[in-house]
Write a protein that binds this ligand. Structure first.
Ligand code: DON
Length: 624
């Protein structure tokens, strides 16, 4: 594909949203013919597009519509399948997942394989050098929450990112010191060990094949374009990801031999190699070269933790999500409990009234999230308060429908957002009805920009999710408190919220999640509200423009073009400061001005699945 084809010049206001590939060239063993239904536009590989059942939804029947000029349609037909579904931000990775299902793997096998494939084809966010959270719901209804979040190295100290004047430096986001001890490899291994049906070697092999070479996508080009300056600061990161000192071209074959070797050792020796063997030695050598502090002891002591999922009721549906050190489950519970006091459906989707009460609930719950939540292994948390009716009553009682409450008047009440969507999320269901949702991250795009020499993967910069200086905003503008200060061996607070929803009968209904830093929580919730309150189907729930508030800064954010002028004015009249997200440079391939990258799967009454992957970053849902 020629470079010029990247931009749809016929739509000056918006860049093109879907990446397309001329042809697919997966490694041996990935027979494409097994795919039954898909979202991506590149037919010609035996795939059929989408579903018979189109846009029909209560939202459309009630006359619902997106704002004029909004680039995503309400009418696209979702992907429909009966045997299983995989949704991720990358078509290669989704294909790996669907092939694993077709080979007899269950949802956990497919999720693990998809996650490893993302570490290859989506190196800006998919990872071996980061961490994440996984929700699993088995077909029998048992729900598991797995924490493979990074940990602060044992040598970490509370003020390690402050200069002599007490100001926060960029060392929490750039370079070796920004890295927490990675958890992804441990988490994927533990999930497979506990629930996998296929051999470990079978789920790792597709990512090895991809690491030997895959066709460069527009996503890789566009994110490397954006991150190249930081990457250039680290010569061996640049040697691999900017070959010949340039961003690779779309359609080039991109091979990562060092990463293929790491994955091959992972296939053959399991996680021992990563945490105690040759790869561990490479990570520690990299740390010593660059002034980082992760040691062999840190790697050896890393452990995935199975935690009690957060569960709460929302209008008869049961929402299961991650407990701390993710703030997702508890903050969503607090918001949902407050909002149940209003009939959002009757108030109308995207109306000033609905956005007002959402923003007021977001504001209050984030004030408490930012102050109280942290690693539960280190800090006592008022988890019960976030879930309680009494909390929701007292918070709701302070919401006026006539006037926005300035955040300065909303103190943490149990007595800056800025999202660049750097993380990634993927979701799988299988023919038995097992479901998996995973959100994984190296935090910023390409993490701290440091590739482990000889291992070919980026290390995270997730240490920035701690409050480097409590009360001072981090890179997402989140102003977090003392409880989330840095401590050796501690996990930094996260917003990542892989989420599974059951219907009133207790049956699997939605599998949802997204990247987006501080906006993750409000984006995941809006996917649920869009379905439950506004009657949207999966396409509409993903395509619909989103709003966000996080207490500080005191702003209602909305996506570029996502709010009509009259709605924004009505919100301003209530006292809100409304901020449209910056669309970014006109030639940006993936949308500036957007928030999140939702992957949404819904169970249909006839036993089939529908799914949709967010076009904001060109993802792909595949079914079989
Ligand atoms: O764990 C968190 O909340 C963040 N590290 C997530 C980062 C993210 O979503 C990147 N994009 N903004």
């Amino acid at each position: 594909m020629r470079d010029a084809d990247r931009i749809d010049t016929s739509r000056p206001r918006w860049p093109t949203f879907r990446h397309r590939r001329a042809a697919l060239s997966l490694g041996a063993g990935l027979a494409l013919l097994l795919v039954g239904a898909c979202q991506a536009g590149d037919a010609g590989d035996g795939a059929e597009t989408g579903a018979a059942s189109p846009a029909a939804s209560a939202f459309i029947e009630a006359g619902g519509a997106f704002p004029d000029g909004w680039p995503f349609a309400a009418e696209d037909a979702p992907v429909t399948a009966s045997e299983g579904m995989v949704a991720s931000t990358d078509e290669f990775a989704s294909r790996v997942g669907i092939e694993i299902l077709a080979a007899g793997g269950n949802a956990v096998d497919a999720a693990v394989a998809t996650g490893l494939a993302l570490a290859v084809v989506n190196p800006e966010a998919g990872n071996l050098g980061g961490g994440g959270f996984m929700m699993i719901r088995l077909a029998d209804g048992t729900v598991f929450a797995q924490d493979h979040r990074e940990k602060a190295p044992l040598a970490a100290t509370r003020d390690m990112y402050l200069d002599e004047d007490g100001n926060v430096t960029d060392r929490s986001v750039l370079g070796h010191l920004a890295a927490g001890v990675p958890g992804t490899v441990s988490g994927l291994w533990e999930a497979h060990r506990r629930f996998g049906a296929l051999e470990w070697t079978d789920v790792v092999q597709p990512s090895i094949d991809l690491a030997h070479g895959f066709e460069v996508t527009t996503r890789l080009v566009s994110t490397l374009d954006a991150a190249q300056e930081g990457i250039r600061a680290f010569p061996h990161s640049a040697r691999i990801f900017l070959p010949g000192d340039a961003v690779p071209g779309i359609g080039d074959t991109f091979a990562q031999p060092d990463l293929a070797a790491v994955l091959t050792r992972l296939r053959d020796r399991g996680p021992d190699d990563f945490y105690r063997g040759e790869t561990a030695a490479l990570i520690v050598a990299e740390m010593e070269r660059g002034g980082g502090i992760i040691t062999l002891e840190d790697l050896d002591r890393y452990e995935t933790v199975w935690r009690d999922p957060v569960a709460f009721d929302y209008r008869g549906y049961t929402v299961h999500s991650m407990p701390p050190p993710s703030s997702g489950g508890l903050t969503m519970a607090a918001i949902a409990n407050i909002l149940e006091r209003w009939d959002l459906g009757a108030m109308g989707w995207n109306s000033p009234e609905t956005i007002h009460v959402m923003a007021e609930s977001f504001r209050r719950a984030y004030a408490d999230r930012n102050e109280y939540l942290a690693d539960p292994d280190f800090v006592e948390l008022p988890a019960g308060e976030f879930l309680s009716e009494a909390y929701a009553d007292s918070r709701a009682a302070t919401i006026s429908t006539e006037r926005a409450t300035p955040s300065a008047e909303v103190n943490p009440g149990i007595d800056a957002f800025l999202d660049e969507s750097h993380t990634t999320h993927y979701a799988v269901v299988d023919s038995e009805g097992n479901a998996v949702a995973v959100t994984t991250s190296i935090n910023s795009w390409y993490g701290g920009k440091v590739v482990v020499e000889g291992a070919g993967f980026f290390l995270n910069n997730t240490m920035d999710d701690f409050a480097s200086k409590p009360g001072t905003p981090n890179q997402f503008g989140l102003v977090q408190g003392e409880r989330n200060a840095i401590g050796p061996g501690k996990r930094m607070l996260s917003a990542m919220s892989p989420t599974i929803v059951e219907d009133a009968e207790g049956d699997l209904f939605l599998v949802t999640g997204t990247p987006g830093g501080a906006t993750i929580i409000t984006t995941v919730l809006q996917s649920i509200f869009n379905v439950v309150d506004h009657g949207m189907n999966v396409v509409q729930a993903v395509h619909a423009p989103r709003v966000h508030h996080q207490h500080l800064p005191d702003l209602v954010f909305h996506e570029y073009g996502g709010l009509g002028g009259a709605t924004a004015s009505a919100l301003e009249a209530l006292g809100h400061t409304v901020r449209e997200r910056d669309p970014g440079p006109p030639d940006a391939y993936f949308t500036g001005g957007m928030s999140g990258d939702l992957q949404l799967i819904m169970a249909m009454p006839d036993g089939s699945w529908t799914a949709w992957s967010d076009p904001r970053r060109g993802g792909t849902a595949l079914g079989r």
